[in-house]
Design a protein around this ligand. Structure first.
Ligand code: NDP
Length: 605
């Protein structure tokens, strides 16, 4: 066999050069000069798309008091940091959240079928602490939202929380060594310490399709699902009000993949409007057996599971794979390809080639799966993803492809070009107008826009320095948490830390623990200020740059938010990386760092 062919499961032969050429041709079709600017910011006439359909806003008096710790964002980051602070004896924690309750992404995303794509046992935070057993291997959204509320209740985080409140300004008061927080509800209070955990995907965006504001029917974004219009509820009750409706869902990313089966069952006619197909692998969800759970849930169980998953992801050969999902499967395949090489041939180049081969094989399986499920040959062809698996967010579902076999469900493939126009009555693709009663935008969230635009505020640190200036040439931090000139501020997010993308909550729970121990230490030694030294920050950034670089979204990938919509992300993107030795090594390192009590690189004064 020639070096450019590969035989995969089912006896199919892949011509690698032809496949790569197809990938590039499909990518080129989708490249467009406007990149992130193709999307619309939801302001002015479009701001109604942001309204909260779930919780009425309650009037309250502005706060002008002082708290020990204020946290911006009431999702997983704020909840786990708040919980760890309370465990450390810091009780006046105030969480500020733009939604009407805790939950973050799980507060907003209540679309039918929403569920986690990473196994609940490791995805849902603080399961052991709260004594909750997930009901399914991949829990549905209402259960995850309940877990957020459970954490809020158990740690008393509701008492001091400010919901439906957006921070507008955060400034360091040099004289008093504290932060001043101003919000859109007239609050102007102070905090000794602040935490920031606003998450990467929380500002919905709409596609900039000409005529989008002319549609006379009903429309909404998936993160503001209008159950009054559709009927049904987030736990999957039938969307009975759609029985006589013609509905279009625009977008076929992870959200659409989960919502489409529910819409297909309910709508008189459903148009699924596709620009780029998702790769949709097997889900294999299953209930969790309480007997099994009671046997494995011995003290420390969730930490063991977290570490096991991360180790399997990182390519280390552990005794067992507890989670057994699409992520660990991918790592297993890469490992076995590398193991096929004689030890002396395990060079970085050969290892990358092994990685590529396992990807070709995986994507071939995913495309073959489409043929085995979708009855109409032409539709099946259009649903096939022609790119490497980590070019776009991989999806997993056992009812999405099947939905295209329902007589009322139609795939409207735009051949990579997107919707041409929206009219008063519907939408136009390739010159054909489709009349609909409702358009649902499954068009995702802002990622590549300015941090300040997404957060709604800038931070003003020491000497009036803005965070946007400090990070003007890219993010600079120690451990992804501490930033020079922004004393007593802690960032809770994965970049420049473990950067474990396959299980974001693991990054957050570890950061929460680190921050709580740091704050506890500051309080114990009577320090009013905690700050990273310039040397420690510079050394950390230098260390990060010794790594392999970014794993997700190579420039030759089909455009999407993983690769800045196919545009050069600029030199700053080189800093959006994690610890060079990988996530497991980072977690081990950070545990040693914080438990040593030395907090090396920080000054306490
Ligand atoms: P995405 O950004 O992934 O998808 C947006 C979709 O809209 C894409 O299919 C995009 O096409 C399409 N689109 C954009 N513009 C146009 C246009 N002009 N015409 C037609 N189609 C268009 O958003 P999602 O909400 O699906 O997912 C966002 C992220 O949220 C996921 O990637 C994932 O990280 C997370 N998520 C996680 C879930 C989980 O863990 N269970 C579930 C859901 C979401 P194109 O691909 O061509 O750009």
């Amino acid at each position: 066999m020639g070096s450019d062919t590969q035989t995969v499961a089912g006896g199919r032969t892949i011509d690698k050069d032809a496949l790569l050429a197809k990938y590039i041709a499909e990518r080129d079709k989708r490249l467009r000069p406007d990149g992130n600017d193709q999307y619309l910011e939801l302001k002015g006439q479009l701001s109604h798309y942001l309204e909260d359909p779930y919780t009425p806003r309650v009037e309250r008096d502005p706060r002008t008091d002082h708290v020990t710790f204020a946290f911006i964002g009431g999702g997983f980051a704020g909840l786990v940091t708040g919980a760890r602070l309370v465990e450390a004896g810091v009780n006046d924690v105030r969480i500020i959240e733009k939604g009407g309750d805790f939950g973050g992404t799980w507060y907003w995303n209540r679309y039918p079928g929403a569920q986690c794509d990473t196994a609940s046992m490791i995805y849902m935070p603080l399961l052991e602490e709260t004594g909750h057993m997930p009901s399914e291997k991949y829990a549905h959204a209402p259960e995850i939202l309940e877990q957020c509320q459970r954490i809020g209740r158990q740690y008393g985080l509701y008492d001091n929380a400010l919901f439906h409140t957006e921070v507008e300004d955060l400034s360091w008061d040099e004289a008093k060594s504290r932060w001043v927080i101003r919000t859109n509800r007239g609050d102007a209070f102070t905090a000794s310490f602040i935490g920031l955990g606003t998450g990467p995907l929380h500002v919905p965006k709409l596609p900039g399709i000409p005529g989008i504001d002319t549609f006379k029917g009903h429309s909404f974004h998936t993160s503001r699902w209008d159950y009054d219009y559709t009927g049904g509820d987030p736990s999957g009750a039938p969307l009975e009000k759609l029985a006589d409706k013609r509905v279009a869902i625009i977008g076929t990313g992870a959200t659409s993949v989960q919502a489409v089966p529910h819409l297909a069952r309910a709508c008189q006619t459903l148009y699924v409007v596709q620009r780029t197909p998702s790769s949709v692998d097997v889900r294999a969800n299953a209930p969790i057996d309480p007997d099994w759970f009671s046997q494995i849930a011995t003290p420390g169980w969730q930490q063991r599971w977290l570490e096991n998953f991360t180790a399997n992801q990182g390519g280390s050969i552990t005794e067992e794979d507890l989670v057994m999902d699409g992520w660990t499967d991918l790592s297993r395949r890469i490992r076995s390809k590398i193991n096929e090489l004689p030890p002396e041939q395990r060079t970085p180049r050969n290892m990358l080639a092994a990685f590529e081969d396992s990807d070709f094989e995986k994507m071939d399986e995913i495309r073959a799966r489409v043929d085995s499920i979708v009855q109409d040959g032409e539709t099946a062809q259009k649903l096939k993803a022609w790119y490497r698996q980590l070019c776009k967010r991989p999806c997993f579902h056992d009812a999405y492809l099947q939905a295209f076999n329902a007589p009322g469900t139609h795939l409207i493939d735009t051949d990579g070009q997107g919707v041409e126009r929206i009219t008063e009555k519907g939408f136009v693709v390739a010159g054909v107008e489709y009349e609909v009663d409702c358009i649902i935008y499954a068009s995702g969230f802002e990622v590549g826009t300015e941090y300040t635009r997404r957060a709604g505020f800038d931070l003003t640190g020491r000497g009036g320095l803005k965070l946007s200036q400090a990070w003007g040439e890219g993010m600079k931090s120690l451990h992804g948490i501490h930033v020079r000139d922004f004393p007593n501020a802690f960032f809770v997010q994965p970049t420049q830390g473990a950067n474990l993308i396959s299980n974001i909550p693991h990054n957050l729970t570890e950061s929460g623990r680190t921050i709580a121990m740091t704050v506890r230490h500051a309080l114990d030694v009577g320090a009013k200020e905690v700050e990273v030294t310039p040397e420690a920050q510079a050394a950390w950034v230098d260390l990060l740059l010794t790594g392999m670089g970014r794993m997700l979204g190579a420039p030759d990938c089909t455009p999407g938010y993983y690769n800045n919509e196919g545009q050069d992300p600029g030199p700053a993107a080189a800093l959006n990386v994690g610890y060079p030795q990988g996530a497991s090594a980072f977690f081990k390192y950070i545990d040693g760092w914080r438990t040593s009590g030395a907090f090396e690189g920080l000054t306490f004064r």
